[in-house]
Design a protein around this ligand. Structure first.
Ligand code: ADP
Length: 437
């Protein structure tokens, strides 16, 4: 008989049967039955009392021994208790191993709650961020890392890209802050020292900037002499005319290349925080329109400009002018003569946009995502023909990054392209004079 309840029923039957039989012999069957009932109830109460007492001190002792159904119940509880203990031990080992390995990691690791309060951090976090064991647990992380870019990064909640910024403790070191959301609204903040990578990047960009700078003077001298020779060479240099023209064309191309390289390294170097000035974009665009018409010349493109004159932007005038003119000049260069080019400066609920729509040669889909790479050109010959450097869209991308904006490109080979700069509304400055130019 393996079922404990059947055994229990037999026990009850035997107890009550025996007591009733004796009661019947003695002539008091009712009294005997009541006595048996009370004894049985007493036994249950007693075991209930033992269970309650044991539960009270359960950490130290094993459950009490008992006969019958209570014995079974105690045994089950005991087994449950043992497997819980084993599981707890296993979890504690896993947790302590996790903590040991994270503590030994060279990157700073901080566990944050939903409200960005510090829950736990490793040794590297003490070194990198100056966190102190006891008093900093429970504090908000942005109260301890006091830097506007870090607070903005946390508040924005977009953690797809790490935040790279100078160390809060040492201006010579550079850190990458990465936030990984996990579990129940918690976040893991991982801080990596990227000073070495930054140093290398700086060396590379310094090198490019220095070379470009050094090339500037010889180029100016060469261009100057070439110009003089072409202006005053007279009949002696007439046979060299074609050659001189080519030399001048190439030296102008090199000058543009050097200028673009210098512009790019400046964009990489300068602090983003400097971009706070109000910029009169409508005025920039009407100047760009004039330049574009001059560039188009006899090719007579139909260039139109639709501007919301009430929209100004917070940023850098020089950079925005450079980005917008790059896009517009590309449209002129990659659109056949008489083709239409439409420029628009407008806003909607969330964004402010500058759009250049051309009816040019268009771009095949496989090239679109690579266009902003340096020196990426679909047709290098055609680009060189019009004096392109292959750096224009790289400059555009850098300028937009620095204004927290993005470049959207849609294109259809053969029918034209749309290049759209999308700025966040928070950079918008509304002017009183509204209207279209
Ligand atoms: P480039 O000096 O060669 O124009 P950019 O960086 O400005 O360099 O542009 C990169 C490449 O993107 C160009 O070589 C060209 O192939 C393509 N491109 C840029 N703008 C347009 C456009 N409006 N229509 C078609 N292709 C374009």
């Amino acid at each position: 008989m393996s079922n404990p309840w059947i055994r229990e029923l037999w026990r009850i039957a035997a107890l009550f049967g025996g007591v009733l039989f004796i009661g019947w012999l003695l002539g008091v069957p009712h009294g005997a039955f009541t006595l048996a009932l009370m004894a049985y109830l007493g036994w249950h109460l007693y075991n209930l009392y033992r269970l309650e007492r044991w539960y009270y001190r359960r950490k130290k002792t094993e459950p009490p021994n008992a006969a019958g159904i209570w014995g079974e119940a105690f045994e089950h509880i005991y087994q449950m208790q043992r497997s819980n203990r084993r599981r707890k031990k296993k979890l504690a080992t896993i947790l302590s191993r996790f903590k040991e390995s994270t503590a030994a990691m060279p990157d700073a690791t901080v566990v944050l709650t939903e409200d960005d309060q510090i829950e736990w951090f490793n040794k590297a976090a003490k070194r990198y961020l100056g966190l102190q064991s006891k008093q900093d647990v429970g504090q908000r992380i942005d109260n301890l890392i006091r830097h506007s870019r870090f607070s903005e990064f946390l508040a924005k909640g977009d953690f797809s890209e790490p935040l790279e910024m100078v160390s809060p403790l040492d201006a010579q070191r550079y850190f990458a802050f990465r936030v990984v959301p996990y579990g129940n609204q918690q976040k893991l903040l991982v801080v990596r020292d990227i000073s070495r990578i930054k140093r290398l990047e700086r060396m590379r960009s310094d090198f490019v900037a220095n070379v470009s700078h050094e090339l500037r003077t010889p180029l100016t001298v060469l261009s100057g002499y070439l110009e003089n020779m072409m202006d005053d060479g007279g009949s002696e240099l007439a046979p060299w005319d074609k050659c001189l023209h080519q030399m001048q064309g190439q030296s102008q191309r090199m000058t543009r290349l050097v200028d673009d390289l210098l512009m790019l390294s400046r964009l990489e170097d300068e602090e983003k925080a400097a971009l706070r000035d109000p910029v009169a974009v409508p005025a920039i665009l009407s100047a760009v329109l004039d330049d574009a018409r001059a560039l188009s010349g006899t090719r007579a493109h139909q260039i139109s400009l639709e501007v919301d004159a009430s929209i100004w932007l917070r940023g850098s005038e020089k950079e925005l002018a450079s980005a917008f003119s790059n896009l517009v000049f590309n449209a002129v260069e990659y659109t056949p003569g008489n083709g239409s080019i439409a420029l628009r400066w407008y806003r909607n609920d969330e964004h402010v946009c500058f759009e250049v729509k051309d009816a040019g040669i268009g771009i095949a889909a496989q090239h679109v995502h690579r266009l902003t790479e340096r020196f990426y050109r679909i047709d290098a010959g055609r680009s060189r023909e019009h004096g392109g450097t292959g750096l224009g869209l790289a400059i555009v991308k850098h300028v937009l990054d620095r204004h927290d904006a993005r470049l959207e490109i849609t294109s259809q080979p053969g029918s034209g392209s749309v290049f759209r700069c999308v700025f966040d509304n928070k950079l918008l400055i509304k002017q009183k004079s509204a209207g279209s130019a």
